[in-house]
Design a protein around this ligand. Structure first.
Ligand code: PNS
Length: 160
């Protein structure tokens, strides 16, 4: 069985994530979406909230598993016998950091990383950007499923 992990903060999930997930689902027998902690970012949604949102918008894919992990990604891979990570590359600006991570992950535990280029329409898209647009009242309906837009709006409204 060919298994791959699709890691990220998913705070919240966007159409960019969904594009990579859908394409990975057609290439692998099982895609594990792993919600991880990115220590360089503060989060808007809790991990259980992010998992619920992912569940809701990926229900149509039958070969997905959703999980969370608070340690190193490679330790998750090792513990779950997943040999490969899949990541979306948006632009050259992603490349330096992603290359560094893929090399360290290979060296630490022998875990391979496959990069998928994002659809051109998503090349600028990130959860951080969408949160910023939404926080100023901008329209983010083109960037994420409607159910996620609603949750984002009500979270930002509550935060004031
Ligand atoms: O969606 P993001 O925030 O770009 O995802 C980054 C993430 C969470 C995949 C990355 O920060 C990560 O793998 N974190 C887990 C800890 C880890 O393994 N760090 C890399 C060691 S070099």
């Amino acid at each position: 069985m060919r298994r791959v992990v699709c890691p990220g903060s998913f705070d919240p999930i966007t159409n960019g994530h969904l594009d990579i997930i859908a394409r990975a689902c057609s290439l692998f027998d099982e895609v594990v979406i792993a919600v991880l902690v990115n220590q360089t970012k503060s989060s808007l949604f809790t991990v259980p909230e992010r998992i619920e949102m992912i569940k809701e918008v990926t229900a149509r894919y039958k070969n997905i598993k959703i999980d969370s992990w608070s340690g190193l990604l490679v330790d998750y891979c090792k513990a779950n016998q997943i040999p490969t990570i899949v990541k979306g590359l948006r632009a050259v600006s992603d490349f330096d950091y992603e290359l560094q991570m893929s090399q360290v992950n290979l060296q630490l535990q022998g875990v391979e990383t496959l990069f998928m280029s994002t659809a051109p329409s998503n090349s600028f898209l990130s959860s951080s950007l969408v949160k910023e647009i939404a926080s100023y009242g901008g329209d983010v309906s083109g960037y994420m499923p409607a159910a996620i837009v609603d949750k984002l709006r009500s979270r930002l409204d509550r935060k004031g």
